[in-house]
Design a protein around this ligand. Structure first.
Ligand code: 5RP
Length: 224
């Protein structure tokens, strides 16, 4: 049976039309969407893509899909991306792959923003998944301490191969173990008001729809 993430990606591909500029997300679910984009391109559907990360740009280029930079476009017709948590109001936690900043920029200029995921990403309450907070390297320990002390939570500096994980834009990631987030809008603005924070992984009031692939092979769409 087809993988639920792949099923969601196939459904999202039905929104792609000739002439569109498509924002392409980052992660394992989006990788299936790229497979579907390749098929559409080979069928003669003509579109251009905007990647949400260096990793996605490399994959798009490997498949010889047209890739544009953000500076070349004023708007994006459709962006399809994955998520780490999705609640019933389509509020999201993203950034598990460390690409949250560029993902949020691309989403921000998109006319339509669709999330694809399997059922494991659907939650009643945001916050079980550690919230990624992107910070500048200078003074990151002070920012980490402010978040720990303000919220009384564990904050973990993201590492890769024994070194700090560096985002595509040269920043660090602090993974914040809130366990539950009751007031996402105020948390979002408080975190982003801390000097040294670039952005955080709460994507609020951004998604137009979430396409969820189920283990029984069906998909369902939640839309606003
Ligand atoms: C990357 C992301 C991803 O969309 C998110 O982590 C989901 O990834 P996957 O599809 O591999 O589960 O936000 O920064």
């Amino acid at each position: 049976m087809i993988n639920p993430k792949h099923k969601a990606a196939q459904e999202a591909a039905s929104y792609v039309k000739s002439g569109m500029i498509i924002g392409v997300g980052t992660g394992s679910t989006t990788a299936y969407f790229i497979q579907e984009l390749v098929k559409l391109f080979q069928q003669g559907i003509d579109f251009a893509t905007i990647p949400t990360s260096k990793a996605t740009a490399v994959i798009l280029q490997q498949f010889e899909l047209p890739v544009l930079s953000m500076e070349e476009v004023s708007t994006i017709d459709l962006t399809v991306d994955g998520a780490d948590e999705i609640d019933k109001e389509l509020q999201l936690i993203k950034g598990g792959g460390g690409a949250l900043l560029q993902e949020k920029m691309v989403a921000f200029v998109s006319k339509k923003y669709i999330i694809i995921a399997d059922e494991s990403k659907c939650v009643e309450q945001l916050g079980h998944y550690p919230l990624p907070v992107e910070v500048i390297p200078f003074g990151y320990k002070a920012v980490k301490m402010v978040i720990e002390n303000t919220y009384g939570i564990k904050v973990v500096m993201r590492m890769k191969d024994g070194q700090p994980f560096i985002t595509d834009h040269g920043h660090y990631i602090l993974d914040c173990h809130f366990k539950r987030i009751d007031d996402a809008p105020s948390l979002h603005s408080h975190l982003n008001n801390i000097t040294g924070v670039v952005d955080n992984g709460l994507f609020l009031n951004m998604a137009d729809a979430a396409i969820i692939g189920q283990s029984d092979g069906k998909v369902f769409t939640v839309s606003i």
